[in-house]
Design a protein around this ligand. Structure first.
Ligand code: NAP
Ligand code: BGC
Ligand code: ZN
Length: 356
């Protein structure tokens, strides 16, 4: 079968031949439909994040997948079920985090991430997975199923951010998303369903397709070239919730200043090492005197995937069509990895979905 891989000594993804995997006890064989591409894939290709499976010089890419069960292999699934795989797997047999159903809370060394670190991903014509890591998707969502994983990232971040505000009455009315990449825009649409006034910050000038998407959700575009994150309260309003999806490290600290009293910021970006100056005293004081919180959040668990399916089914077809700028077959897979100003969200299609 064909798979798309990144080599340790390469800087572009390539198509390779691999044997079709055989499911072992407890695993189902899945025929891959579509696999999405996000900023993390670009970081893996560049060698800035993650790593190849032990003993291999390459990693099969892809962690945002949707597929159809091809061989249920005595698992609770049936052939033809549409499924989305979760990303983390235990490295050497289950550990306490996996046993508790909280793999997303496992520290380094206690997980592999398929397509990112230590385990091959889903960009192949077939993949196998233990049934417990497959989430069933309503077939009518099959075409958009590769968006479940990124939406699950936001479900987890929101759960943790809201939990940090659960000790008092907190009813967020304003939210700011930092970053107009695919994660930022998807999150903006998800927040739009819950929060009255939404904003999204980017560094693009008009005309730009991401600004069109932002405005189509009813949100206000904040141009970072005119208004820094710290200036947002004066230029617009203080934010009850901030979701950072730029990976631009100064934003973590500026978020504290963008927050309203009692607000919370969720940090999602994964920057490299970077030293810069901040006014630590002022930020510390801001935190304390205004009961602010910041939470870091990575990965997601089974329940977040289930919540993501619910959220995805509430997003309009027109938003999804604007967000997904290209779905490419294996013969033109390179197009899915182009990262320019006209590309928002892309996916590679391995097989078209056929209703049973
Ligand atoms: P992406 O497509 O690279 O999006 C990042 C966006 O942020 C881009 O649109 C970029 O703008 C914008 N940006 C970067 N620096 C900026 C700045 N200084 N001011 C304004 N805008 C800025 O990546 P993504 O897939 O959406 O993911 C977003 C981030 O979340 C990445 O760092 C990724 O690694 C991380 N992530 C984390 C998790 C997790 O579990 N924590 C999950 C998924 C992704 P331009 O396009 O104009 O350059
Ligand atoms: C993936 C997560 C993963 C994170 C860190 C993200 O792009 O969606 O599942 O935990 O990268 O590797
Ligand atoms: Zn991702």
């Amino acid at each position: 079968m064909k798979a798309i891989a990144a080599y340790e000594d390469g800087d572009e993804p390539v198509v390779i031949e691999k044997p079709r995997p055989e499911p072992v006890d407890g695993e189902a064989l899945v025929r891959t439909l579509r696999v999405g591409v996000d900023g993390t894939d670009h970081e893996v290709i560049a060698g800035d994040h993650g790593g190849t499976p032990e003993g291999d010089d390459h990693i099969v890419l892809g962690h945002e997948a949707v597929g159809v069960v091809a061989d249920a292999n005595d698992t609770p699934f049936e052939e033809g079920d549409v499924v989305v795989p979760t990303v983390r797997r235990p490295p050497n047999g289950a550990n306490e985090y996996f046993a508790r159903g909280e793999p997303d809370m496992a520290p380094d060394g206690q997980y592999h991430e398929r397509g990112i670190v230590g385990a091959h991903g889903f960009m192949a014509e077939y993949f196998t997975s233990p049934a417990e890591f497959l989430v069933e998707l309503p077939p009518e969502l099959a075409a958009w199923g590769f968006l479940v994983e990124p939406a699950s990232i936001t479900e987890k971040a929101l759960e943790h951010a809201y939990a940090s505000r659960s000790a008092f009455h907190w009813d967020p009315e304003s939210a700011l998303v930092l970053g107009n990449g695919s994660l930022g825009l998807l999150t903006l649409a998800m927040l739009d369903a819950e929060i009255d006034r939404t904003y999204c910050l980017g560094r693009r000038e008009r005309p730009d397709p991401t600004i069109d998407v932002i405005e189509s959700t009813g949100a206000t575009y904040v141009n970072a070239n005119d208004t820094s994150v710290s200036e947002v309260p004066d230029a617009h309003e203080p934010m009850d919730f901030v979701y950072e999806a730029t990976g631009y490290a100064p934003h973590a600290f500026e978020t504290i200043e963008a927050l309203a009293p009692n607000g919370v910021g969720a940090l999602l970006g994964v920057p490299g090492d970077w030293s810069f100056e901040i006014d630590g005293g002022r930020l510390h004081r801001e935190f304390v005197l205004h009961n602010k919180a910041l939470v870091g959040s990575v990965n997601s668990g089974y329940e977040h995937f289930e919540a993501a399916i619910d959220s995805l089914s509430g997003l309009s077809e027109s938003f999804l069509t604007d967000l997904v700028t290209g779905v490419y077959g294996l013969d033109e897979f390179e197009a899915a990895f182009v990262d320019d100003d006209t590309t928002i969200k892309t996916a590679v299609e391995f097989a078209a979905y056929e209703e049973r």
